[in-house]
Write a protein that binds this ligand. Structure first.
Ligand code: PEP
Length: 258
């Protein structure tokens, strides 16, 4: 089954509102008028979301805007946090959960990543959930065990399981490839993606074929085409190369060509 390509940028903690507007204005000059089923999405810092939405709307660019994280409670005594309903109020339809930097630096667990996804889905948002092994885990032949343990909470939660293939998708991001310049080879990535799809299939049957599985980890215009050629890779989650309009537009052209 052919799934349309999703190109998602993760800006991490980069750019304020002024640079956000400038970036989107630069994109508009080269965005192209091709009609393609591919989707461009940017996960930007909370502070930039309204500027990003307004600028894309003004320039009539069909770019989806998303938050890089959300809290799983709707409201309450959670200083510094943002809920899915707050994002929804300003027109945000997308959220990322479980990024490895959240796991590594902010205590994110398999359980809390799933709770964030469920809360966002309950509010009507679409969610991209990140999973992936560390280098140590790969070297100890634990990749499949880690992917299974990270994916299982999403499969076992009723809200998440019901949304897989529709509003919940997966990003496979090997931690050793994130921001390192070392990309998984297409073979390594395809093996992991096929394994993730087999887990989805075991639990959800045909829904597995509708679920997008994005690859993330040092994606660049030089390696994206060969990754997209793999049957189970449905797009990219891109950090560094999403911060430069040139490389981002090159990736967009490759996404549209697929
Ligand atoms: C990411 O932030 O999810 C990521 C994959 O970063 P990079 O493309 O820079 O490796």
């Amino acid at each position: 089954m052919k799934r349309s390509v999703l190109l998602a940028g993760n800006w991490k903690m980069n750019f304020g509102p002024k640079e956000t507007a400038q970036f989107i204005e630069t994109l508009s000059k080269e965005f192209g008028k091709k009609t393609s089923p591919s989707t461009m999405r940017l996960y930007v810092p909370y502070l930039d979301l309204q500027t990003a939405l307004a600028t894309a709307k003004e320039l009539q660019l069909p770019i989806q805007m998303g938050a890089q994280n959300i809290h799983f409670e709707k409201s309450g005594a959670f200083t510094g946090e943002i809920s899915a309903s707050m994002l929804k109020e300003i027109g945000i339809t997308q959220a990322l959960v479980g990024h490895s930097e959240r796991r590594q630096y902010f205590g994110e667990t398999n359980e809390t990543a799933m709770k964030r996804a469920a809360s966002a889905l309950e509010q009507g948002l679409e969610v991209l959930a990140c999973i992936g092994e560390t280098l140590n885990e790969r070297n100890q032949n634990q990749t499949e065990a880690v992917l299974r343990s990270q994916l299982t909470p999403f499969l076992e939660n009723a809200t998440c399981a019901a949304a897989l293939g529709e509003r919940l998708h997966i990003a496979y991001e090997p931690v050793w490839a994130i921001g390192t310049g070392v990309t998984a080879t297409p073979e390594q990535a395809e093996t992991a993606h096929a394994f993730i799809r087999s887990l989805l299939e075991q639990k959800l049957g045909a829904i597995a074929q509708k679920t997008k599985i994005l690859y993330g980890g040092s994606v660049t215009p030089a390696n994206f085409a060969s990754l997209l050629n793999c049957p189970n890779i449905d797009g990219g989650l891109v950090g560094g190369a999403s911060l430069k309009p040139d490389s981002w537009l090159q990736l967009w052209n490759l996404a549209q060509a697929n």
